[in-house]
Design a protein around this ligand. Structure first.
Ligand code: NDP
Length: 324
């Protein structure tokens, strides 16, 4: 049996329920993993509220780190006793142990702690694909990154610095801006106090940025298009403030032949080899010290409701983990 967080119906943080569940044995292509720590992500909120629908009842949570207890037939990249970590579907990582598909589970180097891995798999792999797999971002490129003091945000600040990319962040308080600057943002705009469009224009000699990376969504999308250079690339990857309204393609023409993509990590992780390659790249960044885990909050698994409350209320910085 394993303590597991599930939802029986969609709703607020109170919809999260801690139950005991049978774990069972792994079938072909599966492993059983005993978690040491789990990560909390905004996608968990979308699943809980029903923005991203799940068949109910369903366990929640998309990332964790722990020890492989058993492997099913056909699994060759992991064995019993291995340290491992993952960002993976299906949801169900908020638990002590589970059986799950092995393809997206990655061997964890000894130099990376379970807590650090649980905090960084999903958000770090997201930064990996945003910077390397969507559009060829070159040294010296200028990027506007919203919610730069959040989980994905602080990793992006560090990653950008290590790649020679000038990251202009936005964040909701001066304290959050300070944190983003400490982690490597070149500039940070408090977008609750200032309109970020003229600020970005002023910081780029009126030219605009090459790329916008926007996980905030509804509140920032339209204005973000106005921050791009002609031919610039808009990477929309989240809805923390709500989903983006439908966009007219003509808008992209009028604002300078802009490019637009709406990406999701799990498209990039779907290929086993690419997933393992992305994880290796992330672990190299961690082991070199270029990127660090930024655990801003820790909650015991039993306090999952409070953890969700704080994430949704913009009270967290960096990554949040659940301890076991
Ligand atoms: P964060 O830690 O960044 O938390 C979200 C942040 O968004 C808040 O702290 C807040 O920062 C900002 N925000 C702005 N408006 C609101 C609002 N109305 N309500 C709540 N928050 C708001 O979360 P994550 O690092 O987990 O994720 C960041 C974004 O990236 C999310 O949208 C997430 O879904 C997305 N994501 C997408 C992936 C993909 O592949 N598509 C993968 C991983 C994450 P502030 O106060 O500074 O404004």
């Amino acid at each position: 049996m394993a303590k597991t967080v599930i939802i029986e119906e969609t709703g607020g943080p109170e919809a999260l329920k801690l139950v005991d569940r049978e774990v069972g044995e792994p079938g072909p292509g599966e492993i059983r993993i005993r978690h040491k720590a789990c990560g909390l992500n905004f996608i968990d909120v979308y699943q809980r509220t029903g923005l991203y629908p799940l068949e109910l009842p369903h366990a929640l949570g998309m990332e964790a780190a722990g020890i492989v207890e058993a492997v099913g037939e056909g699994v060759s990249h992991l064995k019993e006793g291995d340290r491992a970590a993952y960002a993976a579907v299906p949801p169900g990582a908020y638990c002590e142990a589970r059986v799950m598909p092995a393809a997206q589970v990655c061997p964890l180097p000894d130099g990376v702690s379970f807590e650090d891995a649980a905090s960084i798999m999903l958000q770090g792999l997201t930064v990996e694909y945003l910077f390397h797999r969507v559009w060829p971002l070159e040294k010296g490129a200028e990027v506007l990154f919203h919610a730069a003091a959040g989980g994905v945000g602080l990793i992006a600040c560090q990653w950008a610095k290590s790649e020679g990319i000038r990251l202009i962040g936005t964040a909701g308080t001066d304290e959050k801006c300070k944190l983003a600057l400490e982690k490597g943002a070149a500039e940070c705009i408090n977008y609750r106090e200032k309109d970020f469009v003229p600020e970005v224009k002023a910081l780029t000699g009126d030219k605009g940025v090459d790329v916008v990376m926007d996980g905030v969504g509804k509140d920032t999308f339209d204005k973000s298009l106005d921050c791009l250079k002609p031919l610039g690339m808009m990477m929309s990857f989240g809805n923390a403030s709500g989903p983006v309204e439908p966009v007219s393609l003509l808008t992209l023409a009028q604002k300078g032949s802009l490019k637009l993509t709406r990406t999701t990590l799990f498209t990039f992780l779907a290929d086993h080899d690419r997933c393992q390659e992305m994880a290796k790249h992330l672990f190299e960044k961690l082991e070199s010290g270029a990127v660090t885990a930024n655990i801003g909050q820790r909650f015991p698994l039993e306090e999952i409701t409070e953890a969700h409350r704080q994430l949704e209320a913009r009270k967290t910085t960096g990554s949040t983990i659940l301890t076991l």
